[in-house]
Design a binder for this molecule. Structure first.
Ligand code: C5P
Length: 205
């Protein structure tokens, strides 16, 4: 069975948590596509030209706690605006999306560019304050020395860059289901996403 769940939205809205839970619930494979851009950014920060870094990316490049650092996120949103970087990453993401057994991909352009034919498209949003609060807690738990105000500024800057770029900007697909997690706990947010996936699966039967 081929079945793709595309989950897009701004930074720290809850996409990753929902994507992992949906994948586990239905036995689908999961790809956090932000990691691809973060891995390219890490190579660029180490001195490699962006297009070369994107074309040479391997699975082994996708691990390491340092990929989650805010400065790598900022660098990721800069390299993600380069059309040649995005083009180099399309094939891998499309193949992942259509793999046998179902796939969940979370990112910014999955429902609009990578997989417009996805069976389920979710666009996850939350207020700026709530996103900053959640991301701050996550970073603090990992021992990153930051403040909620700095996290908020970081998220806003990346969202602005991601929304304003010419290639594959952050925006909901016309047929995406918008899920606002501002006032939802993890369980409720996941339950809503699961219900959307279940309805799409039932419609195929
Ligand atoms: O999701 P995450 O915060 O890890 O993504 C890091 C950056 O990678 C984003 O700010 C965005 O610029 C870029 N990105 C993208 N398209 C995706 C996933 C991430 O442009 N599908």
């Amino acid at each position: 069975m081929r079945f793709t769940v595309a989950i897009d939205g701004p930074a720290a809205a809850g996409k990753g948590t929902i994507a992992r839970a949906v994948a586990a619930r239905f036995g689908f494979a999961h790809l956090d596509t932000g990691l691809l851009y973060r891995a390219v950014a890490r190579k660029v920060l180490a001195g490699m030209p962006p297009a070369e870094a994107a074309r040479g990316l391997t699975e082994a490049d996708l691990s390491g706690e340092d990929l989650r650092a805010p400065e790598v996120g900022q660098a990721a949103s800069r390299v993600a605006a380069l059309p040649e970087v995005r083009a180099a990453l399309v094939g891998f993401q499309r193949a992942f999306a259509r793999r046998e057994g179902g796939a969940v991909l979370d990112g910014r352009d999955i429902g609009t560019v990578i997989c417009p034919e996805a069976e389920v498209k979710l666009y996850v949003v939350a207020s700026d304050a709530r996103r900053a609060e959640r991301r701050f807690r996550e970073l603090a738990a990992r021992g990153v020395d930051t403040t909620e105000a700095a996290v908020l500024a970081d998220l806003r800057e990346r969202d602005r860059r991601d929304s304003e770029r010419a290639t594959a900007p952050l925006r909901p697909a016309a047929d995406a289901v918008v899920l606002d997690t501002t006032d939802l706990g993890i369980e409720d947010a996941v339950a809503r996403a699961v219900a959307v996936v279940e309805a799409a699966l039932a419609a195929r039967r």
